[in-house]
Design a protein around this ligand. Structure first.
Ligand code: PAF
Length: 284
């Protein structure tokens, strides 16, 4: 069932909750790929009802980012959700979520601002305000859908860690389900932004997952010195790459690690053909 109005979603959820059905939410920005598919499948397996939201959230894009050209494929997304057994595809307009003049007017003024310590690093460093937009929209979606479970991919690991902190800090009655990164057989992590890459670009992008796998294998072979692990990067990235960051951080606090251990996640952001790609690997 495709719904565009918050009131229609609320009505349906109310009916389900009356009969005690469990509700799963899969928040997305659409352009659904196999990564999203795995989240939807998990929700359909675990919950009696599944809502997939499809909303390109304007307030999480920074000036100059790809808001206008972000792929919008609602018809195909709806079909995929139906085929997988989702019950509602919720695709609101920006005006439905943020009021008629949305972010440019006084219709919408209240943001959820996650802790600076979690947002002033990694992607938050170059995407200032991005996680405010993510937390605000996810909070709104939680209030609209009131899910028992919400499904997020580990591909956006910083987002996942920040959202878990938001749920904890604000006592939001939802259980976050963390889902593994889905990769192409080549190793490339699935992302809606891969659509921007040429075939050549996709080949070059493989270096990103390869270097992460290499770091993990070095770690498994007993190397825990971060300088030594980081240096391996340069044998993978040629001048088709513009590395934004490669960082070793704690899986809970996002604090920088001095020595790699089982709580370490290696985060990377890199540009290929000017497409910003992120990936990460857990060393445990
Ligand atoms: O991960 C995403 O696609 C988005 O950040 C999310 C969680 C759907 C919020 O707009």
């Amino acid at each position: 069932m495709l719904l565009h109005k918050i009131s229609d979603v609320r009505e349906q959820i109310k009916a389900w909750k009356k009969t005690g059905l469990t509700v799963g939410l899969v928040p997305t920005m659409g352009a659904l790929h196999d990564g999203h598919k795995s989240l939807i499948k998990k929700s359909v397996e675990k919950c009696e009802k599944t809502v997939v939201s499809v909303f390109v959230n304007p307030i999480q894009f920074c000036p100059g980012e790809d808001l206008d050209k972000y792929p919008r494929t609602l018809e195909a997304d709806e079909k995929l959700c139906n085929d997988l057994g989702a019950d509602i595809v919720f695709a609101p307009s920006p005006a439905e979520m943020y009021g008629e003049g949305h972010i440019l007017s006084n219709d919408f003024l209240t943001y959820v601002i996650p802790p600076f310590f979690y947002t002033n690093k990694l992607c938050g460093k170059s995407r200032v305000g991005h996680f405010d937009g993510v937390c605000t929209v996810v909070n709104k979606l939680f209030n609209i859908v009131q899910p028992d479970f919400a499904f997020f991919g580990k591909k956006d690991m910083q987002q996942l860690i920040i959202l878990k902190k938001m749920v904890l800090d604000l006592n939001i009655p939802v259980q976050i389900v963390e889902c593994p990164i889905v990769r192409e057989p080549s190793g490339l992590a699935l992302s809606s932004r891969n659509k921007y890459l040429s075939e050549e670009g996709k080949k070059n992008a493989l270096a990103i997952s390869r270097l992460l796998f290499n770091i993990k294998s070095c770690y498994n072979n007993g190397i825990n010195d971060i300088k030594a692990l980081s240096e391996t990067v340069y044998s993978f990235l040629d001048n088709n790459h513009a590395l934004e960051y490669l960082e070793f951080r704690d899986r809970n606090s996002l604090e920088e690690k001095t020595v790699a251990d089982n709580d370490t996640i290696v985060f990377i952001a890199d540009r290929v053909e000017n497409v910003r790609l992120i990936d990460n690997i857990e060393l445990s």
